[in-house]
Design a protein around this ligand. Sequence first.
Ligand SMILES: Nc1ncnc2c1ncn2[C@@H]1O[C@H](COP(=O)(O)OP(=O)(O)O)[C@@H](O)[C@H]1O
Ligand SMILES: [Mg+2]
Length: 260
Amino acid sequence: MLDIRHLSVSYAGDRPALSDFSLHMERGEVVALVGESGSGKTTAVRTVLGLLPPGGTVEGGRVTFEGHSLLGLSHKEWGRLRGKELSMIFQDSGAMLNPIRTVGSQFREYIRAHSVLSRQEAAELSGQMLARMGLPNPESILASYPFQLSGGQRQRVGIAMAMTFQPRLLLADEPTSALDVTTQAQIVRQLLELRDTYHTAVLLVTHNLAVAAYMADHIVVMRGGRITDQGDREHLLRSEEPYTRQLLRAVPDLGGARYV
Ligand SMILES: Nc1ncnc2c1ncn2[C@@H]1O[C@H](COP(=O)(O)OP(=O)(O)O)[C@@H](O)[C@H]1O
Ligand SMILES: [Mg+2]
């Protein structure tokens, strides 16, 4: 489904932020990218989505999704893909919401921008999606302004929006890092449920190896823009790679009980 080969990306002449990065994902698979800050995780995810910040340049390699190259798509082509086939959630989904408009009006607008649904249908769908994310009172959430919601509620709104069109691939960049441990655990479980319901593949960026080990079928360890180790949970736990061992030591309870 997603195939990344030998991808290299740099920012304005700096040393590459991503070097020779290759990754393959199948439908419904959960892959985690882990590594310290600056290791190139966000760059990888943004390249896949065609959302590199100014100065970011793909120096080489290719990215194909369902057999089609994602590099060099036009604005219009991205418009057809983003939100529908591939979607993304960020560390703080609240940041992408307009603070002076209600959640509901923005959710409806998002739905209508990506579909031919009527205002009424969009309103119903937004409520259904919030309920599916385990938000107990969708109508009151929709009537709220972003600042009136907790971080966990805003993150669920972001995930609900991202999942509206049942994308094949969800890119999740540190989706739980800003949340308390209990809320993190709930959201991680909900992401796994969504994967089971919709068979959406999830590319999860996290610096938390416990979250990665709990969620992911395949874990990719990155450092300095390069992949230093990868494999399933058991591989990672037994890995002899010094940097993987270092990350493992930094996790107090890899059993995951603290997080999940
Ligand atoms: N907009 C940018 N302009 C210049 N350099 C950037 C930009 N974004 C990231 N970088 C650099 O690219 C490298 C990888 O960053 P990033 O992909 O954000 O890593 P991570 O998400 O793992 O923290 C870092 O050295 C960072 O300083
Ligand atoms: Mg990042």
